[in-house]
Ligand binder design. Structure first.
Ligand code: CP
Length: 313
């Protein structure tokens, strides 16, 4: 594997899920495999889980990892090719990525969307500039449109929490928020859940339709109550509108997920990638109750990252 930026196919996903579960059972199983290898973790945006879990994963494999907060600690990067650099950007991505490619064996990059330039975000411009100019294997730590390490950890969490022979019914439900939030987690969760063969329903207010390239094969249900019936897993997430791009739309009904909405569904487990705004997206009672898988998901981020880094080594 020399790139991990999206769902590729079910065989690769199954291999990574099984590997992650092996590492969860025995984290130090391959603890010398990565000796002498160096992983650069490049953050253009904030992170808690992705940063720490990926570093822990690298440590478990004997890989040296280095974090660079490029948004704060290095020169301001010019991302566009062929421009006259006579303004505030100090270094070109072509030069910076090539330097990092010479320092490290693998690069992992977090690059959020602009949420204003739809064309640039949809083509995942920033992470693709790093891929183009670094010349080494790249792992996405969340790009403009996908968050594959999160989705892999989510698939691991569903796998270990569901023992029945049938497909799990998985519901992705939109939640309220006060800020304009990227689509990456929702896109990626949909891409991975469908790719892994789960029965996926997506529920959201009218106007919050996701980019169809990620939702082909899912049931779209605008009635949240109906969508939640018989769900085995409910993934709660806010996202801004895709059209008009990056906007927050007025929503009349309350989409906060709270226990009373699940009164007729005792089996449903609740998922969220975190960070979560309590009592805006998800109620305290759910987050602190037995249904919640959020801490399991966060823990599984280590083993998901470990499976990916192991495959790259
Ligand atoms: N879920 C997730 O990616 O968390 P961080 O933004 O804290 O890394």
């Amino acid at each position: 594997m020399n790139r991990f930026t999206q769902f590729e196919n079910k065989t690769i996903a199954e291999t990574l899920i099984e590997k992650a579960l092996e590492f969860k059972a025995n984290p130090l199983k391959n603890n010398t495999k990565g000796q002498g290898k160096r992983l650069g973790l490049i953050f253009l945006n904030p992170s808690l889980r992705t940063r720490v879990s990926t570093q822990l994963a690298a440590t478990n494999l004997g890989v040296d990892s280095f974090v660079l907060n490029m948004d704060k600690e290095t020169w301001a990067l010019e991302m566009q090719d062929g421009v006259l650099m006579n303004k505030n950007k100090v270094e070109h991505i072509k030069d910076a990525a090539a330097v990092l490619g010479g320092y490290f064996d693998m690069l992992a990059i977090r690059a959020f969307p602009t949420l204003t330039n739809k064309e640039e975000d949809t083509e995942d411009f920033t992470i693709n500039q790093f891929i183009k100019y670094s010349g080494i294997p790249v792992i996405s730590l969340e790009s403009a449109i996908r968050h594959p390490l999160q989705s892999l950890a989510d698939m691991v969490s569903i796998r270990e929490s569901f023992q029945e022979k049938r497909k799990p019914k998985v519901v992705l439900t939109w939640a309220p928020h006060i800020k304009s939030i990227p689509h990456a987690v929702a896109n990626s969760f949909s891409e991975w859940a469908l790719g892994c063969g789960h029965d996926l329903t997506i529920t959201h207010p009218v106007g919050y339709e996701l980019d169809e390239q990620f939702t082909q094969g899912a049931t779209i249900e605008y009635n949240q109550k109906k969508a939640l019936e018989d769900a085995d897993f409910v993934y709660v997430k806010n996202w801004s509108a895709f059209n008009p791009y990056g906007k927050i739309l007025k929503v009349d009904e309350n989409w906060l997920l709270k226990e009373s909405k699940l009164a007729n569904n005792q089996q449903a487990k609740i998922m969220h990638c975190l960070p979560v705004r309590r009592n805006l997206e998800l109620s305290d009672e759910i987050l602190d109750g037995n249904r919640s898988l959020v801490q399991t998901q966060a823990k599984n981020r280590i083993f998901a990252a470990q499976a990916v880094i192991d495959a790259m080594i």
